[in-house]
Design a binder for this molecule. Sequence first.
Ligand code: HEC
Ligand code: HEC
Ligand code: HEC
Ligand code: HEC
Length: 111
Amino acid sequence: MLLKSYLAAVVLTFGLASGAHAAAVTINGPHASLDCTTCHANGQFKAPAKETCFQCHQSYQTVAERTAKMNPNPHSNHRGEKDCNACHSMHGKSHFECNDCHNFAIRMKGE
Ligand code: HEC
Ligand code: HEC
Ligand code: HEC
Ligand code: HEC
């Protein structure tokens, strides 16, 4: 009896937790169809480190090549190799952190 209600509580808690996430969260752009666990291993629902993005985007050098025509290159500069989330949001609005100090005519998608 005790075990049964414990199990029911566990099922209810997990059910509510995943349901709430699914309803509240949208993933931006081409990542929309990815499993949450691709970026949030072990139930860590916070900004993943850049190594998580490197599973598919390889390295800072790789993304810097893609933006080589931008001046300054947002992926190669004096700020070093920050976590991608410093600029790219996956659920909210992206923010070009360079313009906290500079005034470059560069905007993130959707900014
Ligand atoms: C499971 C693979 C995968 C992971 C992990 C992943 N991406 Fe992507 N990402 C893609 C694919 C596929 C595309 C579309 C093709 C392309 O542009 O390379 C893409 C495109 C992008 C784009 C360009 C399109 C846009 O929305 O502006 C950005 C920026 C991006 N990813 C950032 C990130 C960041 C930041 C992370 C880590 C939080 C990340 N990605 C993790 C697969 C992934
Ligand atoms: C200092 C801010 C900043 C950081 C940090 C940053 N990016 Fe970007 N990224 C940009 C800007 C600006 C663009 C061009 C505008 C846009 O796509 O929103 C861009 C574009 C991209 C694109 C699309 C390039 C294309 O082909 O159009 C990808 C992919 C990408 N970033 C991945 C990453 C990944 C992965 C990381 C972390 C390793 C990262 N970015 C870190 C600012 C940043
Ligand atoms: C491509 C990588 C990626 C995927 C896939 C992803 N997330 Fe996230 N998640 C992030 C990043 C990056 C942040 C940091 C905040 C942001 O970027 O908006 C974050 C933050 C969060 C947060 C913390 C609240 C917040 O906004 O800071 C929750 C909760 C969350 N994600 C839930 C989910 C759920 C649920 C899914 C699956 C439906 C999911 N995420 C899929 C990258 C991802
Ligand atoms: C915390 C403040 C701060 C942030 C954030 C910042 N910078 Fe800077 N940046 C500086 C300072 C200070 C200098 C040196 C003074 C100068 O020459 O303007 C500088 C110099 C530069 C220069 C050489 C001088 C010039 O204006 O041509 C470039 C290029 C540059 N930053 C690009 C970036 C990029 C790209 C980013 C984002 C990835 C960034 N900065 C983020 C403070 C910042």
